[in-house]
Design a protein around this ligand. Structure first.
Ligand code: ADP
Ligand code: MG
Length: 452
């Protein structure tokens, strides 16, 4: 059994739908997870945000989603025989109208009573409810035996709307729904990204959550492989949209891929690797536009290349530096600072410390002012805003000094606001002003991966 996940770009139009169905038809026992069609989730979230103050604009967005899906289906079915086309068209139109009616009702509810995280999640899930059903129905018209599966019947989560945590035990109990469909020689097609809590309310797993869904069900099914199909031929040495000369990496360890995703490479949801690693199932990243390319294999093994594997970056970082007040003892000072961060549930991207000072790189958010106030009890606090964080992943310890020299050579005359190396994670992090970020990423990529 193979779990195949197709993202928003793969779900873009009738041409990519044909590619997707063609790829699916080459597998013996596939289980399919799809994202919403391109742009739809963002539009749904925007409509939910607008509905309270500007209902008519929210309504327009809903109508544009209806029109786009209608024409996608119509275009897809244009070369299908008349009878099959009519049946599929009528089923698809009914489904689209039903989903858009629900959407309009929910938007109306927001405009009258205000929004809640629960309503927002239900609205955000409509993209996948549309795409999975429609692809399944169009697949049938094209001759594949498919079954649409509503993700709420498989993915159980807690009630942390927007970033719900899946309940692996319950997913395991539900998984028969998918395996029995496969046994009946049908291909299950399920929307990613959403599920439901114990009260039967729809929840979502966070942006790019469909990758996570694919990995959760792959692990529960004990699948042979989890394949993330997208618009690039694997995980590259850097985002190929930023660095033209970036190239695909043949293999990465689960940890390396997680680090890469966590530090900004948006090709995968950072939690994707967790269920796969726990179940010992390899994850592949492959390209629908170049299906014969092997892409990237992500597995348990770390294959050292004696150098570094990839570069990635994050925007909108704050460097917060606390310098200990004279009265503070070294070890107590560090404990106090990290206590404050821990109590605020503040994730930290990178850290450097001496006994007298600590610098942390944090995503910019509303908690920062409060943190500044709390930390000023232990010393003087300095904030550097609008920073970028560059991370070099998979750095070999044996060559770390040379790698660091290459990185510094890539930012001549600039003073980084933080440098840190984690031996256990094999990451080198370097923070600098956001305005210099992209040129620095390009130069460092060139120095590390272009020249031997
Ligand atoms: P999907 O819609 O299939 O989920 P995404 O847009 O989420 O696709 O992810 C694919 C995109 O990720 C690529 O087009 C690429 O621009 C971007 N990306 C960022 N970093 C990397 C990287 N290191 N390797 C490959 N792609 C990357
Ligand atoms: Mg994605």
């Amino acid at each position: 059994m193979h779990v195949l996940k197709f993202g928003g770009t793969s779900m873009g139009d009738e041409h990519t739908w044909r590619r997707v169905l063609d790829i699916i038809s080459n597998y013996e026992n596939p289980v399919v997870v799809v994202s919403a069609t391109e742009r739809t989730t963002r539009q749904l979230v925007a409509a939910a945000d607008l509905a309270a103050d500007n209902f008519s604009e929210a309504e327009e967005i809903a109508e544009s989603i209806r029109t786009r899906h209608r024409s996608l289906v119509l275009n897809f079915l244009s070369d299908i025989s008349l009878e099959k086309r009519e049946n599929a068209l009528s089923a698809c139109s009914k489904w689209i109208d039903q989903c858009i009616s629900t959407l309009l009702e929910l938007l109306q509810q927001i405009s009258e009573q205000g929004s809640t995280p629960a309503i927002k999640d239900t609205i955000a899930s409509i993209g996948e409810q549309l795409s999975a059903y429609l692809l399944s129905r169009c697949g049938q018209a094209a001759g594949l035996q498919t079954t649409w599966i509503d993700a709420t019947q498989v993915i159980n989560t807690d009630s942390d709307f927007g970033q719900a945590i899946p309940d692996r035990n319950k997913i395991q109990q539900n998984i028969d729904l998918l395996s029995s469909t496969v046994k009946e020689q049908s291909i299950p097609i399920m929307g990613g990204y959403y599920g439901q809590n114990d009260q039967g309310q729809i929840t979502t797993l966070g942006f790019e959550g469909s990758d996570y869904t694919a990995s959760l069900i792959g692990a529960a099914l004990g699948a042979e492989a989890i394949e993330i199909w997208t618009d690039v031929s694997g995980i590259y040495t850097c985002d190929p949209q930023v660095v033209e000369t970036a190239r695909p990496i043949a293999e990465l360890s689960f940890q390396e891929a997680t680090e890469l995703a966590y530090f900004g490479a948006k090709v995968l949801h950072p939690s994707t690797m967790k269920p796969a690693a726990a179940a010992g199932i390899a994850v592949y990243v492959k390209n629908i536009f170049e299906p014969s390319h092997p892409g990237t294999k992500i597995h348990a093994e770390t294959v050292e290349n004696g150098w570094a594997k990839a570069i990635t970056y994050l925007n909108d970082i704050i460097i917060l530096t606390v310098t200990a007040a004279k009265s503070q003892e070294g070890h107590r000072f560090l404990a106090a600072v990290f206590n404050v961060l821990d109590n605020a549930h503040q994730p930290v991207n990178a850290v450097t410390t001496t006994e007298a000072a600590v610098s942390v790189a944090l995503p910019d958010n509303r908690k920062v002012d409060k943190l500044e106030e709390l930390l000023s009890n232990f010393g003087s606090v300095e904030l550097e805003k609008k920073q970028g964080l560059i991370s070099i992943i998979g750095c070999s310890f044996n060559n770390i000094e040379t790698i660091q020299n290459h990185v510094l050579a890539g930012i001549p005359g600039m003073e980084p606001s933080l440098i840190s190396y984690s031996k256990s994670k094999q990451n080198l992090n370097i923070a600098l002003s956001e305005t210099s970020l992209i040129p620095a990423v390009c130069r460092i990529h060139d120095l590390l991966f272009e020249k031997d």
